[in-house]
Design a protein. Structure first.
Length: 488
């Protein structure tokens, strides 16, 4: 099957969160199953052109007002022999820092134009290559225009049999802009309402994707249910209920070549269920690197996250409200935080780490430290307000780092609560997100660490044996691709 992935992010080239990991890992898994998968993303400024190959000739992309001239670069996805990644190069749109924005300007005002160029560019790329996909698979709001264009502008000629899949990685980010941007989408005004773009007299990319795509998927079964309710539907629950027959929840997998304690290149020492000594070496390395007391007996609780409200950071770190300060003063633990995002939270973390000897925060983005935290911590704290899938709790499980999570979305699908009587479970789960429930659940985990050592050991082992390989999920996507081929 020929599948074109359209996305704003793909690891290892451009990543702000799990979207990048999910798009690349799914593509690699489909490639391994023998399918012709290709990925198209923008050539952001930070992606070094010298390491890529330029396709011959410029590529004209009509997008709304004008025809833009772009160049296309390509390379092969690492870890595969024949999975091409294409990069659309356009100085005006992508020749700057940031995928969607920068810390000072989190949402570039010309994003409608930048991502319109990506989606129109995807179709032009196929023409340029003389390669026409069976499936256009678009990810999140920034790629949502692609299925819309397929439905209203392109479903003829070579694309007559192409079908679209739209995956919701996060319903909280919708791409909501003034309707003055509508002309750059290259859609006729007659489709303003029918495409789904119109939203309270503005344009909403995600909503258009939800209405115009042939099939919708999201990244865990529980999240697929949750988004059909007013509480978690971000105003889209009505549309999602209406399309519930076309909406599938498929749990993300983990790229086991990258996140695997027995061969992780970033960590101090590899380890596995058969030899756990490496885990202790990683704990020591982590304590040293973060400037904490080096002591194997103090439990380390790790956090790696975007510092965004979605992740429960207010309940953890907000001044006077969050529980982190109390947790670090009342409990014998060490808290290690790696994250970047909202300015108030970055500032607060700096204050907390200068006041508390057992809290250390690294503000920024650091791939190798994120691996060391997974490997060297005893627990991983992820009290997300909502979580479409969440990758870090799965990485944690595979590294024998027991997750402490809020029962929501993909966290509910992957973490089973500890049972003190039987020792069953693979983590600690809180039912309602409040500062005191985080405090209590972390306290409970600490109690188990100090008093139920056998249970903790057994849970770690069980966690490390989890199967999160992408092959199962990739096959579910294939079933969907095949189903829509037949259906229309
Ligand atoms: P989301 O995509 O909502 O941010 P996920 O759990 O799906 O949440 O994925 C987050 C991904 O981003 C993980 O691979 C995690 O390791 C990575 N990540 C997040 N923040 C950082 C950071 N500051 N440094 C390094 N990696 C990070
Ligand atoms: C989003 C979600 C996260 C999910 C990731 C990959 O960023 O917030 O839960 O794991 O996409 O699908």
């Amino acid at each position: 099957m020929r599948i074109l992935m359209v996305s704003a992010e793909a690891a290892p080239f451009a990543k702000t969160g799990g979207l990048a990991d999910a798009v690349s890992a799914l593509s690699i898994a489909l490639n391994k199953l023998g399918h012709d998968v290709r990925i198209v993303i923008p050539r952001y400024y930070k992606i070094n052109r010298d390491k890529l190959t330029k396709l011959e000739g410029p590529m004209g992309v009509y997008c709304g007002y004008s025809e833009e001239w772009t160049a296309v670069y390509t390379t092969t996805m690492p870890g595969t022999k024949d999975l091409p990644v294409y990069f659309i190069d356009h100085e005006n749109c992508y020749g700057r820092d940031g995928v969607y924005g920068t810390p000072f300007d989190p949402d570039f005002q010309d994003n409608p134009y930048r991502f319109s160029l990506l989606c129109h560019g995807a179709f032009q790329l196929c023409r340029k290559l003389g390669w026409y996909p069976d499936i256009i698979h678009a990810h999140d709001w920034s790629a949502a225009l692609a299925p819309v264009l397929l439905r209203f502008n392109e479903r003829h000629g070579e694309f007559a049999h192409t079908k679209s899949v739209f995956t919701i990685h996060n319903l909280g980010y919708q791409g909501w802009y003034s309707k003055h941007n509508y002309p750059v989408l290259g859609l006729d005004w007659q489709h303003y309402y029918s495409s789904g773009f119109e939203d309270y007299d503005q344009i909403n990319f995600l909503k258009a994707g939800l209405i115009s795509s042939d099939v919708l998927t999201t990244v865990s079964p529980t999240y697929a249910q949750e988004i059909q309710s007013a509480e978690n539907g971000f105003r889209m629950d009505g549309i999602l209920r209406q399309r519930s027959g076309d909406l599938f929840g498929i749990l993300n997998g983990v790229d086991m070549d990258v996140w695997n304690p027995s061969k992780d290149k970033y960590i101090e020492k590899t380890f596995s269920t058969r030899s756990m000594a490496g885990k202790a070496a990683n704990k020591k390395a982590l304590q040293e690197r973060m400037g904490l007391e080096v002591n194997p007996d103090i439990p380390v609780v790790g956090i790696v996250t975007r510092l965004a409200d979605q992740k429960g950071v207010a309940e953890l770190f907000a001044p006077t409200y969050g529980c982190a300060y109390r947790m670090c003063t009342d409990m014998k633990l060490q808290l290690v935080v790696l994250g970047s995002g909202e300015r108030w939270c970055e500032d607060e973390l700096r204050v907390l780490s200068s006041n508390l000897p057992n809290l250390r925060a690294y503000i920024g983005y650091d791939e190798s430290l994120s691996h060391l935290i997974e490997a060297g911590s005893d627990f991983f704290l992820m009290p997300s307000r909502y979580e479409p899938c969440g990758l870090n709790q799965m990485y944690s499980l595979l590294y024998g780092t027991l997750p402490i999570v809020h029962r929501t979305g993909g966290l509910a699908d992957t973490v089973q609560n500890y049972n003190e009587q039987t020792g069953e479970g693979n983590g600690f789960v809180l039912n309602h997100l409040t500062p005191s429930s985080i405090y209590d659940t972390v306290g409970w985990a600490m109690y188990a660490y100090y008093n139920k050592k056998d249970h903790i050991k057994a849970m770690q082992k069980r966690a490390m044996q989890s199967n999160f390989g992408w092959d199962v999920s990739a096959n579910k996507y294939l079933e969907i691709y095949e189903m829509i081929q037949k259906r229309f």
